[in-house]
Design a protein around this ligand. Structure first.
Ligand code: SF4
Length: 285
């Protein structure tokens, strides 16, 4: 059996940085609190909890030290932590910070902002906080018409479109095309900034290429991870026999033992050891 592991599988730069720095902090500090799970991966979360990390939902629950994870937080979180004299350890990914800065800049310039992404995802909850009051979220292509109408109703003539760092490249391109079509004949200044991060782009492209070549695609990662689910959707489009698993125990060996070529890809929050465990299982067949 040939096993092809995606070169881009596993921790991205932002997640690796957040996990490494948190591990260092846990060695130094007595009380360490993280606003939400550091990464969307059960195994990593459990390991960090065992090392003393407390997961909280509100900054008020942090006794002394709070970690802001790679997804980022709105300005109010920083303000509240400062007011409560809580030390902030800001591990927001630089690529997310860049989007916050774009959002602030364009909001100050009077643009209406369309933020493309999942409204309940922590990154989007953080980013929308920097978009000002003239902003809305587009979750999927089907919502574009309604959201454009909201924009027209605002009577603002300048529009900025940005995306969640882990959004699907194809879906963002489709939504952008629809927006371009919608403004035709109207006097609107449109700026589209594809803020999907490079790590996401490369991983999605590699998943597509790999899925085309193999008989089965195994996507490893948290089922609550947005970027992992996107990879699974891409894999399914090009390889019907695709699986999404968090651990090797979820793989039914009988289903795959006769296959000759299997591809493995993993989300940005999947640790190397989860990938290694799957490879080991496949090699043992
Ligand atoms: S996916 Fe991209 S933006 Fe998100 S943490 Fe990783 S490197 Fe940063």
């Amino acid at each position: 059996m040939e096993i092809i592991i995606g070169k881009t599988a596993g921790f991205c730069f932002g997640v690796a940085n957040a996990v490494n720095k948190t591990q260092e902090l846990l060695k130094e500090k007595k009380y360490m609190y993280c606003l939400g799970e550091l990464v969307h991966n059960k195994q990593v979360t459990e390991e960090l909890k065992e090392k003393g990390l407390n997961i909280i939902n509100n900054v008020e629950e942090a006794k002394q030290n709070v970690i802001i994870r790679a997804h980022g937080e709105p300005q109010e979180t920083y303000d509240l932590a400062n007011k409560l004299n809580i030390n902030i350890f800001d591990l927001t990914c630089p690529k997310v910070l860049k989007i916050h800065n774009i959002a602030k800049e364009y909001s100050n310039k009077g643009f209406y902002i369309l933020l493309v992404g999942a409204k309940n995802h922590p990154e989007i909850i953080g980013t929308i906080g920097y978009c000002g009051k003239n902003a809305t979220i587009i979750e999927k292509k089907e919502d574009t018409k309604e959201k454009m109408q909201e924009f027209y109703n605002s009577n603002i003539k300048k529009l900025l479109v940005i995306a969640q760092t882990t959004y699907s490249i194809k879906d963002f391109s489709d939504i952008s095309d629809e927006i371009k079509k919608s403004i035709q004949g109207r006097n609107i200044t449109l700026e589209i900034k594809n803020t999907i991060c490079n790590a996401t782009k490369l991983r999605q492209e590699e998943t597509k290429e790999l899925a085309r070549k193999v008989e089965c695609m195994i996507i490893v990662g948290g089922k609550n991870s947005s970027n992992t689910n996107k990879l699974f959707n891409i894999a399914k489009t090009y390889c019907k026999n695709s699986l999404l698993v968090e651990t090797r125990e979820e793989i039914n060996v009988n289903d795959i033992k006769k296959l000759n070529k299997i591809g493995i890809m993993a989300g940005a929050s999947t640790p190397k050891k989860s990938i290694d465990a799957i490879v080991e299982l496949l090699q043992s067949i």
